[in-house]
Design a protein. Structure first.
Ligand code: ADP
Length: 661
């Protein structure tokens, strides 16, 4: 049996233990007497109230709360509590002077003595500040997800049962609130016809543990509209990392797709319109070239009929005006091709040295009556043979020299050709055209390479031009990998330069080669009085071609349509054939193909196409049909002569001893 003193000892020790526990427990514990004065209070309660122990013991709790501005948890008549009423889970928030906050859930009950009489109140408060903050964060996050604009969020368990969603998803599904989705599957929602495929995607994500991105789908919304959505699904994991379902986001891209479709349609329409414009310009170019051919041809014929001085001047005017018109037609056509992105650039290996000399000499006659000298300086280390698009290089060169002549009233135009940065493999060819002309103001130097830009205003123009040449030259040069630029001093002159990158392996440097002259080339001919078949339906063009060819000592038979042409070809042996492409009964290409078919056992006759169609595909069609060369209308006497020189005698060795006078 335990002694009285031992029991007392034990009781004291239990009391002490309880007291320690009470002081240090995380809940707030306060004991009040019947006057509501504080008898005892643990450290947690003192800390939460920001009190000091010696200041509050024996003080009335209600008055302390009033003093410190705290919500008092004893919100009812305390006598009711003394009579047995309990206050349970009553939340109160302390807001301290330093703005810190504590939210406490209070439970208040009376204390009874041995005689069951109340002698005070026991207040136990649980501080839920941290929990409250955590909930606030959860609520905040929930609100962000629910109200996220545009994006649709939804999460499901491993069986594709919806666990939650945001407002946009609920709206799309025709649900009154986000909570309504819980427990539903896609089979219960308006897009049930796609539910199977969604479930498969969910399972794939769950099984692989990997996200599935950019799944584009059609979705039938509750309002009956079909939406296009792009979804991303990721595995949804619990705190231990186990996959418990899927979390998805989807963006409604219906409007985007519609806009994309509208843009595509607009682009297609624009392309069709652009193509129609290009076709129109190609047709116009063809239609303008045909009469121009007659005008230029007739002028050429008149020139050969010993005109008087006065007539000669008139013919010069006709020829110059025709050439200007031709260059304008060419520029407009090029411009449209460039606009449509159909720039035709090829690379052929050609004699650049010869090309520059030929271009320079073609300008000399224009300068006969002008006090201007046109000089060429071709540096000895510049290769002669280079691989570039010779037609386009010539076009750029002609354009720059043309401008220099146009804008120079007297003095000199120097064309210099040099080779820069020469290594074993690569080099840059630089052509500089320097004139002593009117010059260009500094602020216009950049602009003149823009289309339709001219220095002089529309109403004070002294010089002709459409403002297209430099813009075309720039685009052509850049398409060949080169660059173009200018420096100029107003009133003193301009210096335009073009640089083309070239490969040295395809280049040959010739030194001390004299410039080729026209007479050199003419004397290398091989046939005298060649027999030519001219296939041309247009009477004026017949006259022009016939006259030009007769001046070159050719004997000519004319066929006005395809049938006649094939008949003549079958009956007679020709040294060369010129064929128009547009014929009344069958197209010229068919005629050429027929001729090639029938001449297999005979020697091949050179066939030159004469056409006002100038596009690359037109030329290719001619070559595919079997022509050896193509001359575009209007026929330039020089070009005709050179073509004859090149192709006469190519038919057979037997005839090669003939010469052209
Ligand atoms: P245009 O057909 O008008 O010559 P370009 O595109 O070839 O069109 O040239 C644009 C403008 O640049 C010309 O109108 C002219 O004002 C200026 N320009 C071009 N070359 C020269 C030059 N050598 N000297 C002075 N001005 C020039």
């Amino acid at each position: 049996m335990i002694s009285k003193s031992s029991r007392n000892q034990l009781n004291n020790s239990i009391r002490r233990t309880f007291s320690v526990l009470l002081q240090n427990c995380s809940d707030l514990v306060i004991c009040l007497d019947t006057d509501l004065c504080i008898i005892e209070c643990n450290n947690t309660a003192i800390k939460a109230h920001h009190w000091k122990r010696h200041e509050i013991l024996k003080k009335n709790y209600m008055e302390l709360c009033l003093r410190d501005g705290f919500n008092n948890p004893i919100f009812i008549d305390p006598n009711k509590i003394f009579l047995g009423k309990k206050i349970t889970n009553h939340a109160c928030t302390f807001i301290h002077k330093d703005k810190t906050e504590h939210t406490v859930i209070w439970n208040i009950t009376r204390l009874l003595n041995d005689k069951k009489e109340p002698y005070g109140l026991l207040m136990v408060g649980h501080d839920i500040t941290d929990i409250k903050e955590a909930w606030a964060q959860v609520y905040h996050l929930d609100s962000i997800i629910k109200n996220a604009p545009g994006l649709i969020y939804y999460w499901k368990d491993r069986n594709s049962v919806h666990l939650g969603c945001n407002n946009s998803f609920a709206q799309l599904a025709g649900l009154k609130s986000c909570e309504e989705v819980v427990g539903k599957t896609d089979f219960d929602l308006p897009w049930k016809s796609q539910a199977d495929s969604y479930r498969k995607d969910d399972q794939q994500v769950i099984e692989s543990g990997k996200p599935k991105s950019n799944i584009e789908d059609l979705l039938i919304a509750a309002d009956g509209t079909t939406r296009i959505v792009v979804a991303n699904k990721v595995p949804l994991r619990d705190i231990e990392g186990n996959i418990v379902g899927t979390l998805s986001t989807a963006a409604d891209i219906t409007q985007l797709k519609e806009a994309e479709q509208a843009t595509l349609e607009a682009k297609n329409k624009a392309e069709i319109a652009n193509q129609a414009k290009a076709n129109f310009l190609a047709t116009m170019s063809h239609e303008l070239r045909t009469p121009l051919n007659a005008i230029m041809g007739m002028a050429q014929i008149l020139l050969c009929q010993n005109p008087t001085q006065e007539q000669q001047e008139c013919i010069d005017i006709i020829q110059n005006a025709s050439l200007n018109l031709l260059s304008l037609i060419n520029d407009i056509l090029d411009f449209t091709r460039l606009e449509a992105g159909k720039l035709e650039i090829s690379a052929d290996r050609f004699d650049f040295y010869e090309l520059t000399h030929a271009v320079i000499s073609s300008f000399q006659h224009q300068l006969d009556h002008k006090p201007i000298k046109l000089l060429l300086d071709y540096s000895s280390d510049t290769p002669h043979y280079i691989a570039l698009d010779s037609r386009r290089v010539r076009q750029v060169l002609i354009n720059l020299i043309n401008n220099a002549i146009k804008f120079t009233l007297k003095g000199e135009i120097n064309v210099s050709v040099t080779c820069l940065e020469q290594t074993k493999k690569d080099a840059i060819i630089r052509i500089t055209i320097t004139d002593t002309g009117i010059g260009i103001p500094n602020d216009k130097l950049e602009q003149i390479f823009e289309r339709f830009t001219q220095v002089e205003s529309q109403y004070s123009r002294r010089f002709e031009g459409a403002g297209l040449g430099l813009s075309i030259s720039k685009q052509l040069t850049e398409a060949m990998g080169g660059s173009i630029g200018v420096s100029s001093t107003l009133g003193e002159g301009s210096s335009f330069w073009v640089e083309f990158p070239i490969k040295m392996s395809t280049s040959i440097v010739k030194q001390d080669t004299p410039a080729p002259s026209d007479s050199d080339k003419l004397n290398s001919s091989a046939i005298k009085n060649p027999q030519i078949l001219l296939i041309e339906d247009n009477l004026l063009n017949q006259m022009v071609a016939k006259s030009l060819l007769q001046q070159l000592n050719c004997r000519i038979d004319i066929a006005s349509d395809g049938k006649q042409a094939l008949q003549l070809f079958a009956d007679k042996d020709y040294d060369l054939i010129f064929s128009d492409i547009g014929l009344p009964d069958m197209d010229g290409l068919t005629v050429i193909r027929e001729m090639r078919k029938h001449e297999q056992e005979k020697a091949t006759t050179p066939i030159i196409a004469l056409t006002a169609h100038v596009l690359k595909e037109d030329r290719e069609n001619c070559f595919n049909a079997g022509t050896d060369a193509v001359i575009t209308k209007p026929i330039m006497p020089e070009e005709l002569k050179m073509t004859l020189k090149q192709w006469l005698g190519k038919k057979s060795i037997k005839k090669a001893n003939l010469t052209l006078d």
